[in-house]
Write a protein that binds this ligand. Structure first.
Ligand code: NCD
Length: 281
C-alpha cells in the first residue's frame, strides 16, 4: 500500500501503528537486514528526510538518497526517476511541491508521502498524534491551531487524524482552514481573541507562514507566543509546532514545561520506525 493521505488509514490502522510505536524496542529488527529505503525530496527538509533515513538504519536496513545532481538535471522526467528508484529500493519516501499521488503511480513498491505542497503530511500527523496521546490523558480534547492553517499540510493531515482518533475533539482555528475540512466541530476566532480561550485548551499547535506557497514572500507571523500567555494554559496542556519555526515561537518558550516541539522531533524516529515496520512486515 501507499501512504498518501490520512484517508488511507483506518482508525484501527492508526491504533496499531501507535501501539507499535509505544513498543518499538520490541520490533524484530533483524527482518530489515538487506532492505533499502529510497528518499526522493523535491523540496527542502531536515527532520522528515533524516528521520526516515535514521529510522531505517535503526531497524537494521539502509537507505539511498536521490542526489541533487541526479539525471533530472539532464532533463530526465520525475516519472522515470521514480520508476528507477522503485527497482533499487523496497519503499520510496517522496516530498514534492505538487501531489505525490501522481508520482506514486510510477512505483511498484510502497510510496510514503513526506509532504506534498499544501496537501498532506501523513507521517507528521502520526508523530503529532503520538505526542498528544503520550501527553494528554483525557479522551475528549480541545486543540487550538495558530498560524498559516490554510496552506499547512501538517494541519490538513492533523485535523484528519485527530478526527479519526478523538471523535469528540473541539478545534479552535485562529485563521481560515482548507474548506474541505470544515465539517469538523470547530470554532473560528480572531488571533486577538486567543487570550480568551488559551486557558481552556489541551493543545496549542502552531505553524509558521508557509512562505513558499504565497506570492508575497515577505509575509510574517502575526501571532507571537509569549511565556506570559503560555503560562495561562493549563498546567498539563502542551505547545506543539512541526518546525521549522520562525518568529511565532520565540526561543524563550523552549524552557516552558509545556513546550513539546523537540519531543515531537524525538517521537518522529519512533513513529517512522513503527510505521515502516507496519508497512513493510
Ligand atoms: C513541515 C512541512 O514540511 O510541512 N515540516 C516538517 O516536516 N516538520 C512544516 C513546515 O515546513 O512548516
Amino acid at each position: 500500500m501507499n501512504l498518501i493521505s490520512i484517508d488511507d488509514l483506518s482508525p484501527a490502522n492508526i491504533n496499531n501503528i501507535l501501539k507499535l510505536a509505544f513498543e518499538v524496542e520490541r520490533c524484530q529488527f533483524g527482518v530489515f537486514k538487506g532492505k533499502i529505503l529510497a528518499t526522493a525530496f523535491f523540496e527542502p527538509s531536515t527532520r522528515t528526510k533524516l528521520s526516515f533515513q535514521s529510522a531505517m538504519i535503526r531497524l537494521g536496513g539502509t537507505f539511498i538518497d536521490l542526489p541533487d545532481n541526479s539525471s533530472l538535471k539532464k532533463g530526465e522526467s520525475e516519472e522515470d526517476t521514480i520508476k528507477i528508484l522503485a527497482h533499487y529500493a523496497d519503499c520510496i519516501v517522496i516530498r514534492h511541491p505538487k501531489e505525490v499521488k501522481a508520482l506514486a503511480k510510477y512505483s511498484h513498491v510502497p510510496v510514503i508521502n513526506a509532504g506534498d505542497g499544501g496537501n498532506e503530511h501523513p507521517t507528521q500527523a502520526l508523530l503529532d498524534l503520538y505526542t498528544i496521546v503520550d501527553n494528554i490523558k483525557e479522551q475528549s480534547i480541545k486543540l487550538m491551531f495558530t498560524g498559516d492553517l490554510y496552506h499547512s499540510r501538517t494541519i490538513n493531515s492533523l485535523i484528519k487524524i485527530i478526527s479519526k482518533h478523538y471523535p469528540e475533539t473541539e478545534f479552535i482555528f485562529t485563521n481560515e482552514i482548507n474548506p474541505a475540512l470544515k465539517d469538523c466541530k470547530h470554532l473560528l476566532i480572531k488571533e486577538e481573541e486567543i487570550p480568551n480561550y488559551i486557558d481552556s485548551i489541551n493543545v496549542l499547535y502552531m505553524t509558521r507562514p508557509q512562505v513558499e506557497r504565497h506570492a508575497d514572500k515577505s509575509i510574517e507571523s502575526n501571532f507571537i507566543l509569549t511565556n506570559d500567555l503560555a503560562d495561562r494554559m493549563k498546567k498539563d496542556a502542551i505547545i506543539m509546532h512541526p518546525l521549522p519555526r520562525t518568529k511565532e515561537l520565540p526561543k524563550e518558550i523552549d524552557t516552558n514545561p509545556r513546550a513539546k516541539y523537540f519531543t515531537q522531533v524525538k517521537n518522529g524516529i519512533r513513529i517512522r520506525m513503527a510505521f515502516l515496520y507496519w508497512l513493510l512486515y
